[in-house]
Write a protein that binds this ligand. Structure first.
Ligand code: PLP
Length: 379
């Protein structure tokens, strides 16, 4: 049975050339980047090269990179480190209700610690209304955290519009963007956007799990959240995982170089999928038609519970998910925030593509879905 992997928003297959970069650093350039001898310098140079690769892939003019264990840690560092650095200037933090749990839960924790927090709901299409968000931004606002592309439905958020008008309303606010799903997939320049802090993660772009980064624009200061060493200017101490960092850099460069080509491939698969799903009665599409990544399609097959459907498809070698991998079967807060009915939410499937997927696979998926609807008992 051929495998069809449609869960790339959860994680991607590591490219062999990227794994080879990690392996080479692990086995040959194994020095500690803080060591003062030449092995240490070799490791340090690899980290510097990765920083250049990431800044270039982000379209950054200036700024710096702090390497982390992934997107979750980078989001935590941005939210806690950013708000801590700005706490004398105000105590208001603004985010949306469709963020990844690493942002949602961090902002909840800020609220527990006494910050005033505002969570903006999306419109029905899963996109935030920039004007609505900005109407909550005032002089007390010190942090605004909005994702670039949503991980469950693929909706793209109006970052440029928010960035353009934020500083006039809230001169003290830092703008943090979780770009974990968008990085290497959507074209943008972090500097042109005017974003202060941006999160990326390796395993969504065919690098290994366990590595990510936080971009910090020039003149932006954040405080450390962990302590214990002088690595990475004490902002994120601890011996750096240079092999994973090198792999992240190589994957970022590769994704940037092939961005349009990969996007065209994925668009073919998405177009074929939407066309096929359009012919199946009982399937509704939750992803927006406009302002949506080509990499993600979220649909509901009302009457068939997500998990039951997922396991049926799995038995035919097709891997999809019911939503965010981090929520492990919990009801989607994103679809609920978009105003979808309980029946839609309970039967949602997320199909997420990578450069390895084809239109043919999308058609096979639709065929198997039709078989499932004829075989499974309605819930
Ligand atoms: N942010 C978004 C939008 C994500 O989709 C994810 C992972 O699914 C994360 C953050 C967390 O990244 P990581 O898995 O690297 O911790």
């Amino acid at each position: 049975m051929n495998e069809i992997y449609f869960d790339n928003a959860a994680t991607t297959r590591v490219d062999e050339d990227i794994a080879a970069v990690a392996c080479e650093v692990m086995c040959k350039s194994y020095g500690n980047a803080s060591s003062l001898h030449s092995k240490g310098l070799e490791a340090q140079l690899i980290m510097q090269k990765t920083e250049r690769q990431l800044l270039s892939a982000l379209g950054a003019k200036g700024g710096r990179i702090i390497f982390t264990s992934g997107g979750t840690e980078a989001n935590n560092l941005a939210i806690f480190g950013g708000s801590d650095a700005k706490k004398r200037r105000g105590n208001k933090v603004i985010t949306t209700t469709i963020e990844h749990s690493s942002v949602v839960d961090s902002v909840k924790e800020l609220k527990n610690r006494g910050f005033e927090t505002v969570e903006i709901n999306p419109k029905q299409d899963g996109c935030i209304d920039a004007a609505e968000l900005l109407s909550h931004c005032d002089e007390k606002t010190i942090l605004v955290s909005v994702m670039m592309a949503n991980n469950e439905v693929g909706s793209i958020q109006p970052i440029a519009e928010i960035a353009k008008r934020l500083k006039r309303r809230s001169p003290n606010a830092l703008l943090h963007v979780d770009a974990v799903q968008a990085f290497g997939k959507l074209p943008f320049s972090v500097s042109k956007l005017g974003v202060d802090l941006m999160t990326v993660s390796g395993h969504k772009i065919h690098a290994p799990k366990g590595v990510g980064a936080l971009y910090i624009a020039d003149k932006v200061k954040i405080n450390p959240m962990i302590f214990g060493g002088s690595q990475q200017d004490k902002i994120r101490p601890g011996t750096e995982s240079v092999p994973m960092i090198a792999a992240l850099g190589a994957a970022a460069q590769k994704a940037a170089e092939n961005l349009s080509e990969n996007s065209a491939k994925v668009t073919e698969a998405k177009t074929a999928l939407l066309e096929a799903l359009g012919n199946i009665e009982g399937v509704t599409i939750n992803s927006p038609e406009q302002n949506c990544m080509p990499y993600i399609v979220n649909c509901s097959v009302v009457g068939y519970r997500s998990e039951t459907m997922m396991h049926f498809l799995e038995s035919h070698g097709i891997y999809v998910s019911s939503g965010s991998a981090c929520s492990k079967g919990a009801r989607s807060h994103v679809l609920s925030a978009m105003g979808r009915t309980a029946a839609d939410v309970d039967s949602a499937l997320r199909i997420s593509f990578s450069k390895y997927n084809t239109a043919e696979e999308a058609k096979i998926f639709a065929e198997k879905l039709t078989i499932a609807m004829g075989t499974l008992r309605k819930a």
